[in-house]
Design a protein around this ligand. Structure first.
Ligand SMILES: [Zn+2]
Length: 431
């Protein structure tokens, strides 16, 4: 049997009966309806096990006659030296609990810190900062004293918790802590505490971000001071180092707060003669929802629709939402429209389908582009969630009611209160 399903091990479906494996005349193209490009579920269920049918049903059949190879270990579907290397070494780490807990690493990259601090925390978690203790584990030599306090050993545990410099930093913080009590032998536990300070330290949720900045900046300044002392012989004043940590924490916090305010983007009406279709998706525990809202240039909602689909990856959900959005224009004879969503991957794929960053969405994007009449003018634009609020709220409304299909605009049903004419981002849907 030819391997052809990208989302299961070895790419081969499980047949319901061993006899099903030996049908050489049966082609994949025999398994779907050519007019609708939908899978023939009766046939699939007769031939394959339930799990295989579910995975096959997730594949979107494309009209694109060109068959190309997909490198499934990489998100883009293209093979590169780095993705081939990572694929080759992945078996080495299959039992490594750290690598297995991908949520831990994802949480580090999602922290509201600048990229340099996130990378620094990542290095701490991997224990790859070259302290004398770390180097000694690779190239045995004499242990050296901490370059800052000149006492005890040069290790991350000492530098971050026991060093007199660290103790002063923590005692003069907004969370006066005895850092020696934090003495983690595993740096991953320390990063876990930074990620979830409420669980271990009881820090209130409104203070989490400031604490995360403080802890990261403190470690960063301690590490850079240690390096300057070690390499250049620079001497530091512990109180001055502590003041620097507090000053930098404040600067980072204010800079982050300002940039998050500027991220609030408003819905902008399309130019006269144009329409705008906002689309979005929501992934629930057992299903996904897509929704699309079409507005004219006065901000009046012309059409709304939603659909319930099987649970899927977020990018696939976004791609299915844009596939749902296009018919809103064509069925209303709209010739000029702007597609707006909050997934950059989907917008880039629409604008350049040959270079999609996620191969899984390519068939859906090609189907979407195929459904746009050649006589139409269209654009696609990535917006922040705040400017996509109308589609976002319809998605959640549809998820709550498990509602699929066109949503009536006039006359409003008792369950929908529509605020139109100004800014559809103030759309209110009452469940
Ligand atoms: Zn020290």
């Amino acid at each position: 049997m030819t391997p052809w399903i990208p989302t299961i091990p070895l790419f081969k479906p499980s047949p319901r009966s061993p006899n099903n494996c030996h049908q050489p005349s049966l082609l994949i193209s025999d398994l779907f309806h050519h007019e609708t490009l939908k899978w023939n579920t009766v046939m699939l269920q007769a031939l394959f096990e339930k799990d295989s049918v579910r995975e096959i049903s997730k594949i979107h059949v494309s009209k694109d006659p060109n068959i190309k190879y997909i490198w499934t270990p990489s998100c883009s579907g293209r093979c590169s030296t780095s993705s081939a290397y990572l694929s080759a070494i992945s078996s080495r780490y299959s039992t490594n609990a750290i690598l297995a807990s991908s949520n831990f690493w994802k949480s580090i990259w999602k922290l509201n810190l600048n990229d340099r601090l996130r990378l620094f925390l990542w290095k701490i978690a991997w224990n790859i900062l070259p302290t004398k203790e770390r180097l000694n584990s690779i190239f045995p030599s004499n242990l050296e004293a901490c370059p800052l306090c000149k006492v005890l050993e040069d290790s991350l545990q000492h530098l971050f918790f026991n060093c007199s410099f660290a103790r002063i930093i923590w005692r003069s913080s907004s969370w006066p802590l005895d850092s020696t009590a934090l003495n983690f032998s595993n740096m991953r536990d320390w990063i876990n505490l930074i990620l979830y300070p409420g669980a271990m330290l009881g820090i209130p949720i409104e203070d989490h971000h400031r604490f995360q900045i403080f802890a990261s900046v403190a470690c960063d300044i301690l590490w850079s001071s240690r390096n300057k002392a070690y390499h250049d012989g620079t001497t530091f004043d512990d109180l001055q180092v502590s003041r620097n940590v507090n000053k930098l924490t404040l600067e980072h916090f204010e800079a982050w707060h300002k940039s998050s305010i500027s991220l609030v983007e408003k819905w902008i009406p399309p130019p006269p003669g144009w329409f705008k279709i906002n689309y979005d998706t929501a992934i629930q525990d057992s299903f996904s929802v897509q929704a699309a809202v079409c507005c004219n240039n006065s901000g009046n909602i012309i059409r709304m629709t939603s659909q319930i689909s099987s649970k899927c990856l977020p990018n696939i959900g976004e791609a299915m939402a844009v596939l749902l959005a296009v018919p809103l224009a064509s069925s209303s004879n709209i010739k000029k429209f702007i597609l707006e969503g909050d997934s950059l991957v989907v917008i880039l794929a629409l604008l350049n389908p040959n270079f999609s960053q996620d191969w899984r969405i390519s068939p859906i994007i090609l189907k979407t582009l195929d459904s746009i009449p050649a006589s139409s003018s269209w654009r696609a634009r990535k917006v922040n969630r705040s400017a996509n609020f109308c589609a976002h709220s319809v998605t959640h409304w549809a998820a709550t009611r498990f509602s699929s299909g066109s949503i009536p605009i006039t006359p409003p049903t008792p369950s929908i209160r529509i605020v139109s004419g100004k800014d559809p981002s103030s759309l209110v849907l009452v469940c």
